[in-house]
Design a protein around this ligand. Structure first.
Ligand code: GAP
Length: 451
């Protein structure tokens, strides 16, 4: 069964993620901290593969984008100039009966008209909406006063804008060019939920792509295409993706136009990426606030111009969540004893799967184990294979196959007693379960061809 036919709820996904070591509730032993999550041994591999794949495609494979890693804490004037101090708010309403708080724009419009609480079983009256600020505040240094307030960045973008001159001077990049950054962002969201979809601490992969004014609209369109191709390249079913243009009243304070890439999650369409035309808003505001001119010298016209910016901004955690949901499948099988069984398979694309290959000796044995360990070393140290390789000799081989299927390992290599005689092993493919006998000496080449 593909995942469109499965009754797939967040419970099913979050319990698989916990059981197999993808994602754990943060600070679980203390009862957990709302909407913060920790990536376990497999989750960290998956997330890392997503980020590496994005970096390879967006930075290494192009000659018009360079990278940056700016700090999370920035001068507080940054947020005055960017407009976040004034405008980064959401409308909050509170129920007078149950005292729960909600984002007004996430409540059904009929309930808003009736001023009725959306909490099931509570028909309490909602109070007036007030604007709630989303930036986390802290203090820098030992004195906790107004002058020491700094903010945890709510987007990585501003680190790019304030470094515009540094990057242009050090790289001599010509327009159009981009600066890419991957890093944490923090938002004190009023409501969180749907597992890792809406959290207060999350990671972003952002590009600020600087263009000549007038070329912005065409380049914006091109970016929609490039971003969709990226999702396709990590194996997301493009039938479950759509591009939605923001209505005028939805646009952020800096945007001339924005398109969201949305994925059809089990609860409906949800944004995984925004692609905005930020015009010259940010460079202009930072120039005014700092007194430092953030301009570009156009050799052709011999003029200083303020470039426009196209910004593809993707949430790493939302991409990971879409990937896991998209890859989840269940297959019913009938065993030899007549009992029916369900095989859960994460059909992750090999280039992002957390484990690429598992080496499985048929059983723990004084001859088989050393041979399997040698093969494990040969495969994981091979320059032909990049990624995580696992060795597993616990429980029956059938159970081990199921475990690897459930975590999305594309290939298993089984070392059996014949291997001691014929120097061959069995390569099993996750999706088809096809098994091929191959020479141990050829294993790295064969694996790299299949991945
Ligand atoms: N610099 C542009 C920007 O911040 P955004 O649409 O607010 O734009 C970009 O955020 C992406 O960050 C979203 O498409 C989403 O994937 C992710 N994101 C935003 N808020 C999030 C949250 N609370 N939890 C997880 N991911 C979030």
């Amino acid at each position: 069964m593909e995942n469109s036919e499965i009754n797939l709820d967040i419970e099913k996904i979050s319990s698989l993620c916990k059981r197999r070591g993808f994602i754990f509730q943060s600070s679980e032993i203390y009862g957990g901290l709302g909407s913060t999550w920790d990536y376990g041994p497999l989750g960290v591999e998956l997330k890392r593969n997503v980020k590496d794949h994005w970096w390879n495609q967006m930075v290494w494979e192009r000659d018009d984008i360079v990278g940056l890693d700016s700090s999370i804490l920035m001068h507080p004037d940054t947020w005055k100039a960017s407009g976040h101090l004034d405008s980064f708010t959401d409308p909050l309403v509170e129920c007078k009966t149950c005292n729960r708080r909600f984002r007004e724009d996430h409540i059904d419009s009929e309930l808003i008209l009736k001023k009725s609480c959306p909490e099931p079983g509570c028909n309490g009256e909602l109070g007036e909406a007030r604007m709630f600020h989303l930036m986390f505040k802290t203090f820098m240094g030992p004195v906790e006063d107004e002058a020491a307030i700094v903010y945890l960045r709510p987007e990585t973008a501003q680190g790019i804008f304030v470094n515009f001159n540094n990057v242009v001077t050090s790289t001599r990049k010509k327009l159009p060019f981009g600066i890419a950054q991957i890093g944490k962002a923090f938002r004190n969201e009023i409501t969180t939920g749907n597992f890792i979809f809406r959290t207060r601490e999350f990671e972003m992969m952002e590009i600020e792509y600087f263009v000549k004014p007038g070329e912005d609209e065409e380049i914006h369109e091109k970016w929609l295409d490039d971003c969709m191709k990226w999702y396709e390249s990590i194996g997301i079913n493009t039938q479950k993706l759509r591009i939605r243009e923001h209505d005028k009243d939805e646009l952020s304070h800096y945007a001339k136009s924005t398109y969201d890439i949305e994925y059809n999650f089990p609860w409906g369409w949800g944004e995984i990426q925004g692609i905005a035309n930020r015009t010259d808003f940010d460079l202009k505001s930072h120039s005014e606030m700092s007194g430092e001119k953030l301009t570009y010298f156009d050799d052709q016209t011999q003029e200083h111009i303020i470039p426009y910016v196209i910004e593809p901004s993707c949430g790493v955690d939302r991409a990971v969540m879409a990937l896991i949901i998209d890859a989840y499948s269940e297959e019913s099988t009938v065993q030899a004893n007549g009992k029916s069984d369900t095989r859960v398979v994460l059909k992750l694309h090999p280039n992002i799967a957390p484990v690429k290959v598992a080496i499985l000796p048929l059983s723990r044995n004084e001859k088989l184990t050393p041979l399997a360990r040698n093969i494990y070393d040969q495969v994981r140290k091979s320059s032909l294979i990049s990624g995580n390789v696992q060795f597993d000799d616990s429980q029956s081989i059938g159970r081990r196959y199921r475990r690897q299927d459930e975590i999305g390992t594309p290939l298993c290599v089984t070392v059996d007693f014949d291997s001691l005689e014929d120097n061959m092993v069995t390569v099993r493919e996750r999706d088809s379960m096809a098994q091929t006998r191959v020479l141990i000496s050829k294993l790295p080449e064969i694996i790299s061809e299949k991945l």
